[in-house]
Design a binder for this molecule. Structure first.
Ligand code: FES
Length: 169
């Protein structure tokens, strides 16, 4: 996959690649190490470095609209393995929300007791993504959810953010 040139101008990459090491591989390795350090440092507790994110874009879930709308309010489908997001049903309808913590990018835990907790430094969010406890200060972003074919699986576009109030009904 082609990497944007900006990857190579990151401060982490100012040192030359060791001899015999492909420059791109070296840069990516250095970047990954930097992310692990950034995510794992300073918390003193359990750390979960963020895995490489999937490419942003439309991702097909295994839920359809009718079934999810019929589920109880507060139902959460965990799609962290597919694309680091949750699909949630509340009184207003269906929404999708990132599982990437707004503090330093760790993947948050599964919702429990209507709260979502980040394992890295303890930030908490409510089921709508509002930030409850720091160090994060920003809410979890929401993504566009569509039903491309009637009755078919829902598609979440992780490249398209929407207002937190947006619902599929
Ligand atoms: S990355 Fe620090 S609290 Fe989530």
């Amino acid at each position: 996959m082609h990497q944007p040139d900006s990857v190579h101008s990151h401060p982490l990459h100012s040192q030359p690649a060791p001899e015999g090491v492909d420059r791109r591989a070296f840069c990516l390795g250095t970047l990954a190490a930097g992310l692990v350090l950034a995510c794992g440092g300073g918390g003193g507790g359990a750390s979960t470095p963020a895995p490489a994110p999937p490419p942003a874009g439309p991702l097909t879930t295994t839920d359809n609209k009718a079934n999810l709308l019929a589920a109880p309010d507060g139902t959460v489908r965990d799609y962290r393995n597919l694309g680091n997001f949750f699909l949630v049903k509340d009184a207003g309808g269906i929404y999708a929300m990132t599982a990437v913590c707004t503090h330093m990018g760790c993947i948050v835990g599964a919702p429990a007791d209507s709260k979502i907790t980040c394992p890295c430094h303890g930030s908490q969010y409510d089921l709508g993504g509002a930030n409850l406890v720091g160090p994060a200060t920003q809410p979890l972003v929401h993504f566009a959810v569509t039903e491309p074919t009637q009755g078919g699986f829902l598609v979440v576009n992780t490249a398209a953010t929407v207002a937190a109030s947006t619902r599929l009904t």
